[in-house]
Design a protein around this ligand. Structure first.
Ligand SMILES: C[S@@+](CC[C@H](N)C(=O)[O-])C[C@H]1O[C@@H](n2cnc3c(N)ncnc32)[C@H](O)[C@@H]1O
Length: 257
């Protein structure tokens, strides 16, 4: 009994940690409503800031990609209980992002500054829409599975856990990676783009472009033909008029961004 309570407690702690870090990240990147945003903190030599920030981004990229690979999961579920594998991934990823935000060194030079208030409002609305698309998409493919709570709960109830499996609801019929589209919108919809935020946006975009290829390779291996067909019909990031209209694409539209 106490083991089951510990399992649930661990899952809940991992989820609450994720929620706190996620909410802070929205404020940190936009530089609103948090004590330390992406452009705040002590400035020092530019080379030291770039090296520190690049190191933090690299740490995130390695942790996030390696721990998501099936070969890594196979290995470390010998050490971590299967029911807590996802929660542990979520907890470690959240802590790495927290460290990134905490240790991030600002690069205050201005790359662009939008002064027209209508354009500022538009960009803030886009920023919010990006995060909203992201959150909505997590619910479309199984929010509580993605963040490990259902796996922990199944262990507590002593029922077997079945992954939700491949889905194509709503936004997933329009693009293959709506969560990543949400991130990309949030990265770039900035009324004030500092040098530091540009570094973050460029690195984040590059990471997403590479990471989705690894994710797709895994999904092709796991799902075979159905995923190959899906990839032919639905673009990665940029909706086509056909997918927006809910129709199948013509062959010449295939495998595009
Ligand atoms: C962080 S989510 C990102 C999903 C997707 N790349 C996106 O941007 O919306 C990664 C997990 O989503 C799963 N996934 C990706 N596409 C899916 C789909 N259409 N249905 C169910 N799970 C999916 C992957 O197997 C992986 O475990």
């Amino acid at each position: 009994m106490s083991r089951r309570i510990l399992t649930l407690g661990y899952g809940v702690i991992a989820y609450v940690t994720f929620l706190a870090v996620f909410c802070y990240t929205m404020g940190w990147l936009g530089g609103i409503g948090v004590p330390k945003g992406i452009d705040d903190g002590r400035t020092g030599p530019v080379w030291a800031a770039v090296l520190t920030d690049a190191g933090l981004l690299g740490l995130f990229a390695v942790q996030h990609s390696v721990m998501a690979r099936p070969w890594f999961k196979r290995w470390w579920t010998r050490l971590v209980p299967q029911a807590l594998e996802r929660s542990t991934y979520v907890l470690i990823a959240s802590l790495v992002i927290a460290v990134l935000m905490w240790q991030w060194r600002p690069l205050p030079g201005t790359v662009w500054e939008v002064s027209a208030s209508w354009a500022q409002i538009l960009l803030w609305a886009l920023y919010a829409a990006g995060w909203a698309v992201l959150v909505l998409s997590t619910f479309l493919i199984g929010h509580f599975d993605l963040f490990g709570l259902r796996q922990a709960l199944a262990r507590v109830r002593q029922t077997s856990y079945a992954e939700p499996g491949f889905r194509q609801p709503l936004l997933y019929r329009v693009v293959r990676h709506p969560i990543m589209v949400g991130f990309l919108i949030a990265f770039w919809a900035a009324p004030h783009m500092s040098a530091g935020r540009l570094l973050f946006a460029l690195a984040g975009t590059g990471y997403i472009l590479v990471a989705v290829r690894f994710e797709e390779a895994d999904l092709r291996r796991q799902l075979g033909e159905p995923y190959r067909r899906y990839a032919e019909q639905v673009p990665r990031f940029i909706p086509s008029p056909r997918t927006l209209a809910g129709r199948r694409p013509a062959p010449q539209d295939r495998d595009t961004y």
